[in-house]
Design a binder for this molecule. Structure first.
Ligand code: UDP
Ligand code: MG
Length: 317
């Protein structure tokens, strides 16, 4: 009989439709894992309300009053998925032996948690939940999501393919995570950088149990952009390559312009304008844009804003 203290952290944003089902299934899973001796009775399910506007917090409140297994953390405002996960993990890290983060919508197979804990028992500090297939996702979601992982790789960000934020981390890994003080938080990029022994658990991704995705395309694009600019200087290098390319193009254009001028097909001033304004203007605009993005990040980092503000920490024990 082991008494591994497992804490499951669930970020919830306007999830009133799924919470009772999610909490019920989680509780069942906990009971069976406890009776199998996989985890100790001190394990907890921690729900983080990310500034929801519906009755999510009322439900979490009720659950945490009904049983000591459930705990609720209410963030003071909507801090975003990544920050909500981090808030949960950082709040419990000194009490647990290991923590699993999982979405509230039951898209990720909760039974994979048992497998994760087994790998933890075998000495893994990080266990990634990886989607083996995405049959139930719409073509559009699958295309954009897989494109996201591929694009991140191309842009030089080291991430685990088809792994979202469903993962187990040991206390040691969580302690290391807390050392990353950056404001532009991209957990999928940070966790592989922590190191330690890691492994993957594969599962099939299901459909959202109820409600709708809180990650529309717009949020996903800004998430990808954030991930890249927080982790990689490849965009700057790309701009540099583009500059080289444009310079070569400019030489060809210059030759063409000079020949045209030589044969007298041009009017005064056309050649010099042709050779300079367009290309140089374009290159400068893009360069300034990208460099500006990085300066924006530096600006945010130096301000060292709090990443989350906890309004309440509700628990029975
Ligand atoms: N979420 C959150 N804050 C937000 C947006 C989402 O805590 O601002 C939570 C949400 O409740 C869910 C998880 O993050 O538990 C993943 O969101 P969702 O399932 O909508 O994303 P998808 O699976 O469609 O990418
Ligand atoms: Mg989801």
């Amino acid at each position: 009989m082991k008494d591994t203290k497992l804490y499951v952290v669930i970020p919830c944003y306007n999830e009133e439709e799924v919470l009772s089902e999610t909490s019920g299934r989680m509780l069942e899973l906990f009971k069976s894992m406890i009776s199998d001796g996989l985890i100790g009775a001190e394990s907890r399910i921690v729900m983080v309300d990310d500034g929801s506007r519906d009755s999510t917090w009322e439900i979490i409140s009720r659950l945490s009053e009904s049983s000591s297994v459930f705990r609720g953390i209410k963030l003071a405002h909507n801090a975003g998925h990544q920050n909500a996960v981090l808030a949960g993990l950082m709040t419990v890290k000194d009490e647990c032996d290991c923590a699993v983060s999982i979405d509230a919508d039951l898209q990720d197979d909760i039974n994979a948690i048992a497998e994760m804990v087994r790998k933890y028992d075998d000495g893994c500090d990080v266990v990634y939940g990886v989607r083996s297939e995405r049959k139930t996702d719409t073509f559009f979601k699958r295309f954009t999501a897989e494109g996201f992982y591929k694009f991140m790789k191309i842009m030089g960000v080291e991430i685990v393919f088809n792994h979202a934020d469903y993962r187990l981390m040991s206390r040691r890994a969580l302690d290391s995570l807390s050392e990353f003080k950056e404001v532009n938080l991209f957990l999928r990029g940070i966790v592989p950088q922590i190191g330690f022994k890691s492994d993957c658990v594969y599962y099939q991704r299901a459909e959202r149990f109820a409600g709708e995705s809180k990650y529309p395309l717009k949020k996903m694009l800004s998430f990808a952009f954030d991930g890249i600019t927080s982790f990689s200087v490849k965009p700057i290098k790309l701009v540099w390559s583009m500059g080289v390319f444009v310079c070569i193009a400019a030489i060809i254009a210059a030759v063409y312009t000079l020949i045209s001028k030589f044969f007298g097909y041009t009017s005064d001033g056309w050649a010099s304008i042709m050779c300079s304004i367009w290309f140089i203007g374009g290159v400068q605009l893009i360069s300034v844009g990208v460099i500006g993005e990085y300066i924006g990040k530096i600006y945010k980092e130096t301000k060292a804003r709090p990443r989350f503000i906890i309004e309440e920490y509700k628990k029975q024990d």
